[in-house]
Design a protein around this ligand. Sequence first.
Ligand code: FES
Ligand SMILES: [Fe+2]
Length: 322
Amino acid sequence: MDVDARPGIPNGWYAVAWSRDLAVGEVKRVRAFEEELVVFRTRSGKARVLSAYCSHLGAHLAEGGRVAGERVRCPFHAWEYDGETGECVSIPYCARVPQGARQRAWPVDEVNHMIMVWHHAEQKPPAWHLAPCPHFDDPDWSDVRRFEVEVPVHVQDMAENNMDPVHFRYVHAMTDVPDQEISFEENGRVLKAVSYSQQETPFGTFDMQLLRESECIGHATVESRGIPTVGLFMFSSTTPLDRHHSISRWALVGTNNAIDEAGEEWIARITGGVEDDRRIWSNKIHRKDPVFCEADTYLVEFRKWVQQFYSPGQQPGVRPAE
Ligand code: FES
Ligand SMILES: [Fe+2]
């Protein structure tokens, strides 16, 4: 019998919305990490994320809730929760706030045009932070192009594609499997990969390097190098909605000369590649213990790397290549 042994939700930073989609005073309903969340921007401009179901009678704070200064106000009986701590700080018709009147507050960093939330299964505080990428908001680089796709797949399986050079030949019709090197930094937390391949580009055929970095499952930056004076860069965050669905957001920028010359079709071709993968992702199961072949060394490394992001009881398994 085939068992679909999906692990739980890995710990890390995940996007819950694009920054520009959350105006001051706006309240949004978001489902992520198998949780209902209320995402809002306070009057001082801070993005905040709390668990959505009110500790009083369980109303959904994003369904009619309002921003009140730095707080969100429940639509049912107007209890007000502080955005940073999640504590109820005011009940307009009571002098005293009872113990336990609080929402879970999710750590938020707003970086690289996305509202990023720290998810930890044991609710531990963030162990590290994502750095702003230098190519955003650089006058020599274009405005951000946004791409978003939802796929019924576990976040780990979507990320695994990145360490699967062979599939580029069979799924993405690349003629050669690119040569690749991987390395680890930050005590093994950051996974870096460089792949080398000759590519036809809108600027001619070049020996290209694709530099990729992942700071946790679901996070990736990708930089293309090899075309003189031309750069292309992507920051992406893939968020597990639950163990069966993920939403991937990509922020892409290119040097202005690249965008002027090759236009939007180039970007469209990059983002279009995800459609090649969709049928595989949408219909696969998660193998906890795959049978690996000798060419699967990167996949084995990936499966070892991912384990650090799971809290006890949520881990996937790994078996060495034969
Ligand atoms: S349910 Fe939220 S204040 Fe009553
Ligand atoms: Fe792919």
